[in-house]
Design a protein around this ligand. Sequence first.
Ligand code: CA
Length: 232
Amino acid sequence: MSAPAQNKTILVIEDEPEIVLGLTDALEFEGFGVVSADSGKGGVSLMRSCRPDAVLLDLMLPDANGFVVCRQIREIDTLVPIIMLTARSAEADKIRGLESGADDYVTKPFSVGELVARIRAMFRRAGRAPGPAEVFEIGETTVNLTMHTVSCGRQVEQLSFYEVGLLRLLYEGGGQPVSRDEILEKVWGLGAGPSNRTVDNFIVKLRRKIEKKPDSPEHILTVYGYGYKLVS
Ligand code: CA
């Protein structure tokens, strides 16, 4: 059973009052709690005091660069889903956002209804009952989806929210190729777009955590023109 939205608090870090108002109304209507800050500094401070369940982060803040704020949030909480709100549509910015710890991004102007639906879907997926395969081996690496960790020997690394979703989906594929479209739909709740590099970017991150040689992977394999498969 999925957790009710009432238990979830969303932190909105955004300096445009109209967007804050629109998001707050829509999120509260869906039963979420909302806290908001109009600066990077205020946002990081709320992050510490409120420990929200998800963060919506504007890239262009008056006092700080959103990429930097994103890193600071990641330092406080390695798991919290961060969705970046960006006026820029440049692919380089999106990739930089994902690299600085964001899980997803929307480009302004965006539909508030669509964004809220995406957040609801995200928590619905996260709230589902853990399957039997929450701990498994990939090569010499042990993956624990419940703890959000990968470990090899004594070295333990944290997985982010979407990394867990991606790894779970690939594992459930049982070695069969999983298409990029299916990954986008099931992990991110997104329609596929030809320019969407989100999946590839997350695959790179996972390979760094799991593969001995991330540049010549043995476990998370590319299926050209289609998607990816996991060979344990
Ligand atoms: Ca702004």
